[in-house]
Design a protein around this ligand. Structure first.
Ligand SMILES: C[S@@+](CC[C@H](N)C(=O)[O-])C[C@H]1O[C@@H](n2cnc3c(N)ncnc32)[C@H](O)[C@@H]1O
Length: 303
């Protein structure tokens, strides 16, 4: 019998190590939809970068490297990528071959810096434990078993003031990541974009995807994308625990519509009548309509 937390980590590792089909099969992400996403983030970050001395950007979990490629069209700044999939690191190295980028597969390998830490759909791939009625979820072969809450889970439940009697998804690895980020970031910001909620609905948000379809039984399937919706109130709480100040939490739609470059691109593209522009207009609209509604952008500061 193993903790659901260990099951999740193993599944996520297996998936990202073995040719994940980001943008062309299992799921697509905002940077895969249009370059305007990464370029807009570049413009958004420009102002904050000016306030820092010798700043660097650290991207967590860069997928096919497209957000980095597009941000670096706007910003001339040293860029670090945290990536633990060798398969994706090789793709990123191809896409970013002429750029000032350094790769690490573990935050422990980095020295502290001033800068900005950013991610898109990184936190939804990190290990969680599941609790309900003061019990934790374990997996016995393919069966769910609810048993005593593990010590590690309990310490995070306490640190984040979580009610263990309600169904909840406990972001164990996100907690460790925040702890590391707090040690690493002398001064700067964290921009986290992901899909989720402002507060947890206390229902199961866990999903398995294969070829863009939801999997029925996650315990029986071999390799697939395992993910869940981010509870942004917990990321805010973790930030505060580790010395970050919450600056803003906005829907992706509002975040993008406050960036002049994004609005101008949307207007220009959607006024044109070529087939390419019509298709691009619909991808841009997706970033503010359906994805714009389900995704949030959290901006935190290390003063
Ligand atoms: C859902 S994908 C998002 C990719 C990309 N940010 C995008 O928006 O297209 C998650 C990314 O995080 C990486 N990742 C997942 N867990 C990680 C971990 N513990 N450490 C480093 N990278 C991780 C995966 O390999 C992958 O690149």
């Amino acid at each position: 019998m193993k903790r659901f937390y260990d099951f999740f980590i193993q599944k996520a590792k297996d998936y990202y190590q073995t040719a994940p089909k980001i943008g062309q099969g299992d799921f697509f992400t905002s940077p895969e939809l249009d370059e305007a996403f990464g370029i807009s983030i570049g413009y958004f970050l420009e102002d904050y970068i000016k306030r820092l001395e010798n700043p660097v950007l650290l991207e967590l979990g860069a997928g096919n490297g497209l957000m980095a490629r597009d941000i670096l069209k706007i910003l001339d700044i040293p860029y670090i990528i945290l990536e633990d999939s060798e398969y994706l690191t090789n793709i990123q190295k191809q896409v970013l071959k002429d750029k000032n980028v350094r790769w690490v597969n573990n935050l422990e390998k980095l020295e502290s810096f001033e800068g900005i830490i950013l991610s898109n759909e990184f936190f939804d791939a990190l290990g969680i434990a599941i609790i309900k009625d003061n019990k934790e979820l374990y997996i016995d072969d393919t069966k769910e078993v609810w048993a005593t809450v593990d010590k590690e889970t309990l310490s995070i439940i306490k640190a984040l003031n979580i009610d263990p009697s309600l169904y909840d998804e406990i972001p164990i690895d996100a907690f460790y990541i925040y702890k590391n980020l707090s040690r690493l970031l002398k001064k700067g910001y964290i921009l986290t974009i992901d899909y989720g909620y402002k507060t947890h609905p206390h229902t199961n948000t866990l999903r398995g995807y294969k070829n863009s379809k939801i999997i029925d039984n996650t315990y029986k399937e071999d390799i697939f994308d395992i993910t869940y919706m981010i509870d942004f109130s917990k990321l805010q709480e973790m930030g505060e625990t580790f010395g970050f100040k919450n600056i803003s939490l906005k829907k992706q739609r509002d975040f993008l519509l406050e960036i002049p470059y994004f609005v101008e691109t949307l207007q220009t593209v959607c006024e044109e009548e070529s087939m390419d522009s019509i298709q691009r207009c619909s991808r841009l609209k997706n970033l503010i309509l359906s994805m714009g509604e389900t995704f949030y952008a959290l901006f935190q500061q290390k003063p």
